[in-house]
Write a protein that binds this ligand. Structure first.
Ligand SMILES: CCCCCCC[C@H](O)CC(=O)SCCNC(=O)CCNC(=O)[C@H](O)C(C)(C)COP(=O)([O-])OP(=O)([O-])OC[C@H]1O[C@@H](n2cnc3c(N)ncnc32)[C@H](O)[C@@H]1OP(=O)([O-])[O-]
Ligand SMILES: NC(=O)c1ccc[n+]([C@@H]2O[C@H](COP(=O)([O-])OP(=O)(O)OC[C@H]3O[C@@H](n4cnc5c(N)ncnc54)[C@H](O)[C@@H]3O)[C@@H](O)[C@H]2O)c1
Length: 314
């Protein structure tokens, strides 16, 4: 099966029929409308949920809205190829389920689930959840989409530790099939069950994991990307050859160097530095000179037009 065929299939499975909303969660508040938050809002609304998307100002909300709109149009073009009018209706109906807000405390007053997708910073996430804990309804479940931080630590300043877990999506959210549902030692069975049901309702295949650094995917992916960069540093192979090797020899949709450019070197550096600080004895997480240099030069990958490869239009 080609990468293209599988993208098409997952979009069809996730978006072509309106699945019955049988679960307990009907209204979700997504905090942070960046790359991930807008994707999470999109898949939730496309599955029939009412969504409130929270950003820090109206301009960022507009940006998130237009990102969602563009992505929905791409989905509609694929899924409703033969029926463009139905595709337009799907886009319109999905957009109508999403509202925007800039006051998170107000937004969560009538919600069943909060999914946080703001900046990857422990103190900022803790502060946000502590504030929301005081105002959200008792039954509301809190979840973080963190890539690398401990869910237990993020939840530490909340009372509702039993109604707290991790919902880790993958980029690009509308296409990637997986959702990691993370349980801490405090997450109750009921919360866990509701998170799993919700993940399935928004069209994802859910796996369960404990609250360990990187959960499953990033704990394997980050060392692999770091090792690929070490290969480059040693001059073992070129970026193209490393990428071709992993695409054709291991069936990955992107090679590790391409993927590092796709994810962004600031993000990878942040994760590596954080884990190195926590686990200095583990050589897998040692800092990478090449990555540090790219970040200091502002060459963060695709998003800045240059990383290991150049994405500038010639
Ligand atoms: C060091 C590691 C650090 C980890 C950092 C942490 C990160 C995090 O915690 C975990 C991750 O996310 S890890 C990262 C995990 N992620 C990975 O590992 C990703 C690996 N890469 C892949 O799976 C594939 O390369 C892609 C799916 C990205 C693109 O598929 P492709 O076939 O190669 O190329 P294509 O032709 O461009 O796209 C084909 C079609 O896809 C569709 N579509 C795409 N984007 C869309 C969107 N936003 N909306 C809607 N639709 C979208 C669309 O239908 C499009 O067709 P169109 O005609 O152009 O509209
Ligand atoms: N980028 C990825 O590939 C990826 C994948 C999985 C998980 N994650 C995780 O998801 C989270 C978000 O990542 P992203 O890539 O979407 O970041 P991003 O920078 O694209 O978006 C974050 C957004 O949050 C907004 N924000 C910050 N503080 C806020 C607040 N208090 N209230 C409301 N909005 C606020 C910012 O304005 C920004 O638009 C991070 O924890 C990251 O580790 C990222």
């Amino acid at each position: 099966m080609t990468a293209m065929a599988s993208v098409s299939q997952v979009l069809k499975r996730n978006f072509s029929s309106s699945r019955a909303m049988a679960g307990a969660i009907k209204h979700v508040t997504v905090i942070g409308g960046g790359l991930m938050g807008s994707g999470i809002a999109q898949v939730s609304a496309a599955a029939g949920q009412k969504v409130c998307l929270v950003e820090t100002n109206d301009k960022l909300l507009e940006g998130a809205n237009s990102r969602i709109h563009e992505s929905l149009k791409r989905v509609a073009k694929k899924v409703y190829k033969e029926k463009p009018a139905e595709g337009d209706k799907f886009v319109e109906q999905t957009m109508s389920r999403i509202s925007g807000a800039t006051d998170a405390s107000e937004a969560v007053k009538n919600t069943d689930l909060v999914v946080e997708a703001i900046v990857e910073n422990m103190a900022i996430k803790q502060k946000l959840f502590a504030t929301l804990d005081a105002v959200a309804p008792k039954h509301t479940i809190f979840a973080s989409n963190t890539s690398s931080l401990s869910i237990t630590e993020i939840a530490s300043q909340c009372q509702r530790k039993d109604r707290f877990g991790g919902l880790h999506f993958f980029n690009p959210v509308p296409v990637m099939k997986l959702l990691e549902v993370v349980r801490t030692n405090d997450t109750s069975d009921d919360t866990f069950k509701k998170m799993m049901e919700w993940g399935q309702e928004v069209g994802k295949t859910c796996i369960t994991c404990k609250d360990t650094p990187g959960f499953v995917v990033n704990r394997l992916l980050v060392p692999m990307l770091a090792e690929a960069v070490r290969m480059l540093e040693r001059g073992d192979a070129s970026p193209r050859d490393i990428d071709t090797a992993m695409k054709l020899g291991a069936g990955h949709p992107m090679g590790p160097i391409e993927l590092a450019d796709y994810v962004g070197h600031d993000t990878t550096k942040f994760i590596l530095d954080g884990w190195h600080e926590k686990m200095p004895e583990n050589p897998l997480f040692n800092p990478l000179d090449t990555l540090n240099k790219l970040v200091s030069e502002g060459k963060l990958g695709m998003k800045t037009g240059e990383g290991f490869y150049s994405y500038k239009k010639k």
